[in-house]
Design a protein around this ligand. Structure first.
Ligand code: ADP
Length: 665
């Protein structure tokens, strides 16, 4: 037995109001007994009175009903405590009434002869019907404590029984039919008692609104709404007609035959109105259902994919036009057949295990990226496809919707792209090979020219011809410059060869670069400030070191004459990238050079102002692109520059060395 009650019910307010009504009624009746007020005891002198025991029992029953709403840990105890006297008095009174002996049950709550309130001496034994209802109500309270489906169901029907009995008594009062007020057993049940039991038995069923007859009236389905509407109207109509019949009969306003005929006609008319209402509602529901079915069929037919509905054994129940087109079968050829007909022989794409798993776990997708996803056309052609299995309840029962996406075209495109990537990779390798060989071989004739210049220089006496000496020096310098350019070209071509992705702590790399540039930093009185901690990332270490070295070197190299260089370095996450910046307070760059400086051998100033060959930033660009990113500059002439670059945040596990592919963190 649970310790807390807490029955989740949306009808909490109705239950509370019912409980309060019962308590007020009970108290009013007790007051009536205490001060001998007839109207409070029995409403009318001709009606039976509500007994003292009954009034107190009703109060306890209401308390026990309300306590079911409590979520307190002792709620069950309170409920049982409240119902115990009800069960006792109900039980004893019932046996007294049935076995006809006096156990003085009516003295249980109030002694019969109390001097303080002499009127209580008229308190009599409660009616058989009331004691039976108390017994039933107590039984219900006990049953629901078990929180078990069977007990709840039994409890619900016990409440319906109380409802029927108390409703019958109410009819007895309505039609002044004495037999209905006690069902031929003992004293009559009072009007107040029958109302209390009637509302109690209705409200109590709302703890489990989907159970028993209550389930017909609660809920929001068309049937429930219709039941609510029609039942209430029907009840009113029947009561009125019944009342009229009694009235005609008692007052003799018409001959009995004529009166009955008129009322029968009236009953038929009322029945026609109700039948009309029911049929209208049913037709409306039918139309809605048809519309929904049409929309569903339209959706299935208009789908750009093949859609197949099978039962849980894999027998095809429905296919759309696209399925006919894709597989080459007609609907008649496939409906009722096993879905195996659409598979490549030996490739069971939809085994019994799969079906059970789908029905149990829901949607399941079979990607189209391995051999097992090949399906078979009627003409025997095999084609790749992606399959999605979705379980649902159709009009055939448990069904599975299979959507088939033909991957022939996308597989074809994928093959072409893969081939192109392969070709591109090969061409790239050839190009790297070519630039390496070209620049390497170019050095050879240069070395020869340089040797000959040295020979001529040596052979010519010092005083021979000053001009020739000057020309030879100029030639030598040009050859030297060209050699450097070729070496830069060679380095540029080599960049990224034999690269290996590793985890790199960029903070460490930058510290090492600063250490390497110590001479330049000291001689130029530069300050390097790292604004934010630099991340660890997956990349190519040698190349990243070169990237930082070029950018920091440039930031110091292109300084203003009268200003000590200050370089700021920082990094932030930007989506799938890390975004680094190297900011200086140097000479700055005119916007028209923002693009060109990243091309090889492109410089803004002449060689004599700042040394260099215009290769550094081209290298930087190539390195950043190798890391899936890009580089750009923001600058104002005279106000310094910020070089920014983004590199992908790579995950080690996803790095593929061969094709330099990687996925984002
Ligand atoms: P190099 O430094 O050998 O000239 P780079 O490719 O590194 O070649 O730079 C290309 C040009 O971009 C430089 O000649 C210079 O004009 C400009 N530049 C690069 N970095 C800066 C900087 N921090 N401040 C101003 N100008 C710069």
């Amino acid at each position: 037995m649970a310790h807390t009650n807490t029955y989740p019910t949306p009808y909490k307010k109705v239950i509370i109001l019912t409980g309060l009504f019962m308590i007020i009624t009970g108290l009013a009746v007790l007051f009536g007994w205490a001060y001998d007020i007839q109207e409070l005891k029995s409403i009318s002198a001709q009606f039976s009175s509500m007994k003292v025991n009954t009034a107190i029992g009703i109060i306890f029953l209401a308390a026990s009903l309300l306590s079911l709403l409590l979520s307190h840990k002792n709620a069950t105890f309170i409920t049982l405590l409240a119902i115990a006297p009800v069960l006792f008095v109900g039980g004893v009174s019932f046996s007294e009434n049935i076995l006809h002996y006096n156990l003085n049950a009516d003295d249980f709550f109030m002694p019969r002869y109390t001097t303080a309130l002499p009127h209580f001496k008229f308190a009599e034994t409660m009616s058989v019907v009331a004691s039976f209802c108390f017994l039933m109500a107590s039984l219900w309270i006990i049953l629901v404590q078990f929180h078990n489906k069977r007990c709840i169901k039994a409890g619900q029907y016990i409440l319906h029984t109380i409802n029927l009995i108390s409703g019958g008594v109410l009819f007895g009062y309505l039609y002044s039919e004495a037999y209905m007020q006690n069902f031929g057993l003992g004293t009559h049940m009072s009007l107040q008692t029958s109302v209390c039991f009637f509302v109690f038995s209705l409200a109590a069923t709302l703890f489990h609104p989907k159970e028993g007859i209550t389930g017909i009236f609660t809920g929001n389905k068309s049937g429930n709404i219709m039941a609510r509407k029609i039942f209430i109207r029907m009840l009113v109509a029947i009561i009125v007609i019944g009342y009229c019949e009694i009235l005609i009969h008692n007052s003799k306003v018409a001959l009995p035959g004529l009166g009955s005929t008129l009322l029968t006609v009236l009953l038929i008319l009322v029945a026609i109105v109700f039948v009309h209402e029911v049929s209208k509602q049913l037709n409306y529901v039918e139309e809605k259902k048809e519309l929904a079915y049409q929309n569903l069929s339209l959706g299935i037919e208009a789908a750009p994919y093949a859609l197949i509905i099978t039962d849980n054994n894999g027998l095809i129940q429905h296919i759309n036009n696209e399925t006919e087109r894709l597989y080459g079968y007609t609907k008649n050829e496939l409906i009722g057949q096993s879905v195996k007909r659409l598979q490549q022989e030996g490739n069971d794409l939809f085994s019994q295990n799969d079906k059970n798993a789908i029905l149990e776990n829901g949607k399941f997708v079979r990607g189209g990226d391995n051999d097992s996803q090949y399906l078979q056309h009627k003409n025997g052609t095999i084609f790749p496809a992606e399959l999605t299995f979705t379980p649902f309840r159709s009009m055939y029962g448990r069904s599975i919707l299979i959507s088939v996406i033909d991957l022939t075209d996308s597989k074809h495109r994928e093959d072409i792209i893969n081939r192109q990537i392969q070709e591109l990779y090969q061409k790239n390798q050839e190009l790297e090979q070519f630039s390496y060989i070209a620049s390497h071989d170019l050095q050879e004739p240069l070395r020869t020219v340089s040797n000959y210049i040295a020979l001529i220089d040596e052979d010519y006496p010092e005083e021979a011809n000053a001009d020739i000496k000057v020309h030879l020096a100029a030639m030598n310098s040009a050859v030297g410059r060209m050699s450097k350019l070729i070496r830069s070209l060679l380095d540029f071509g080599r960049l990224g060869r034999d690269r290996r992705l590793t985890a790199i702590d960029s903070q460490v790399v930058v510290n090492e670069v600063i250490h390497d540039l110590n001479g330049l930093i000291t001689s130029s009185c530069s300050t390097i400030i790292i604004d934010s901690p630099l991340p660890t990332l997956y990349g190519y270490e040698t190349e990243l070191r070169q990237l930082f070295q070029n950018l920091i070197n440039n930031a110091i190299k292109f300084r203003k004459k009268d200003t000590k260089p200050t370089v700021h370095i920082g990094c932030a996450k930007a989506g799938n990238f890390y975004e680094f910046y190297i900011k200086d307070n140097g000479i700055g760059i005119e916007p028209k050079y923002f693009e060109s400086i990243f091309n090889i051998f492109q410089r803004v100033y002449h060689n004599d102002m700042y040394d260099g060959h215009g290769v550094g930033l081209a290298n930087c660009k190539k390195i950043v692109e190798m890391h899936g990113g890009n580089i750009w500059v923001e600058s104002l002439p005279g106000a310094g520059s910020i070089f920014l670059f983004k590199v992908l945040r790579l995950k080690k596990s996803a790095v593929s060395e061969k094709r330099h592919l990687a996925t984002v963190e």
